[in-house]
Design a protein around this ligand. Structure first.
Ligand code: PHE
Length: 329
């Protein structure tokens, strides 16, 4: 059976680029999920990513208690895309989303930000995180980073017996919009920290740097994946020296069974669907339910409690946390 409600793959009428929109589920409510702009070997790889990412959004929404299902947009870009083609592709995504009539709304993701949501918004209203000046909730990365910190405190409490981040060491892999903020917040909290990114230009002056290849082997308490997914595999798990993992990257496991490999190695892995929900929690609270920023921030903080409950349940049952997730899509 095809597990998704629908997937659209089309050549963008304005850009000529592959535009992919996948809706995994609308059982709990309209699907939401960001718009990713990235270079893939081929459009088929973009489609596979959209299918995986949209399914993960269904889980993320359900775990966050949101009345939404999962969807995702992927725009497959050439490495050297012009500004004009980029705008055309965002318009194509907007047109495609508009044709879905509200079954799915998009937001920012890897490769896009609030200004891009404004461009998509020229074709559809089903878009979150336009700039605040344009009536949206703005950049979602501060909320995603805040949710990640709440998750890291919960993880440290369960794994090491204290939520105090200043007593632990962390390796942050990926210094994009969210990862760079998480690193800053960890540093402000007094944590010991090494950071890494495939782009050396992102290297911050005042933080300890580690080669991205070496980051997985960093001898730290907690690894924080904040870049692309699929980094935890049967090949990489045996190299890990951390004792726990939690980060905002989507789809960190290459396949479900890797959760057992981590468990057997004694590494406590917090499912990314819980850790990374701050962006959607904040955007839906502010834009759909008119919550104040303070109330939205309190909802994001609850990620800590959600994760604690999940980790304790897994501990009781003696299973990896990913196996303790009980939701119905
Ligand atoms: N990138 C966000 C995620 O993966 C997507 C998003 C953020 C969608 C904010 C809507 C609003 O969860």
């Amino acid at each position: 059976m095809f597990p998704h409600q629908r997937a659209i793959v089309r050549r963008g009428p304005e850009s000529g680029l592959p535009i992919i929109v996948a809706i995994h589920s609308t059982a709990r409510g309209p699907a939401i999920g960001g718009c990713r702009m990235a270079t893939y070997p081929g459009w088929q790889d973009g489609l596979a990513d959209a299918l995986r990412l949209s399914a993960a959004m269904t889980t993320k929404c359900a775990l966050a208690g949101l009345p939404h299902g999962g969807g995702k947009t992927v725009i497959v870009t050439p490495p050297d895309i012009s500004e004009a083609t980029r705008t055309a592709a965002l318009h194509d995504a907007g047109t495609t989303i508009e044709e879905l009539g509200g079954a799915y709304a998009t937001g920012p993701d890897v490769g896009t930000g609030p200004d891009d949501m404004l461009i998509i918004g020229e074709r559809t209203d089903h878009v979150f995180c336009r700039p605040v000046a344009a009536g949206g909730s703005g950049d979602s990365s501060p909320a995603t980073a805040a949710g990640t910190i709440a998750a890291l405190r919960a993880l440290c409490d369960v794994r090491f017996g204290s939520p105090d981040l200043s007593r632990r060491s962390f390796a942050v892999l990926g210094l994009g919009r969210v990862g760079a903020r998480v690193a800053r917040l960890l540093s402000d909290a007094g944590a010991r920290l090494v950071v890494s990114d495939i782009d050396e230009a992102k290297r911050p002056d005042e933080m300890e740097w580690i080669d991205p290849d070496k980051c997985l082997e960093a001898d730290v308490d907690v690894l924080v994946p904040a870049a692309m997914g699929g980094l935890l595999t049967a090949q990489t798990v045996p190299r890990l020296r951390c004792r726990a993992i939690a980060g905002p990257a989507n789809n960190q496991l290459d396949r479900d069974g890797t959760a057992e490999l981590l468990h057997d190695r004694g590494v406590l892995w917090a499912p990314d669907a819980v850790v990374s929900a701050g962006g959607i929690i904040n955007a839906t609270a502010v834009e759909l339910r008119n919550e104040t920023p303070a109330r939205a921030a309190a909802l994001v903080e609850r990620i800590g409690d959600t994760l604690t409950t999940l980790l304790r349940k897994a501990e009781r049952e003696g299973v990896p946390p990913a196996r303790a997730i009980a939701i119905t899509n």
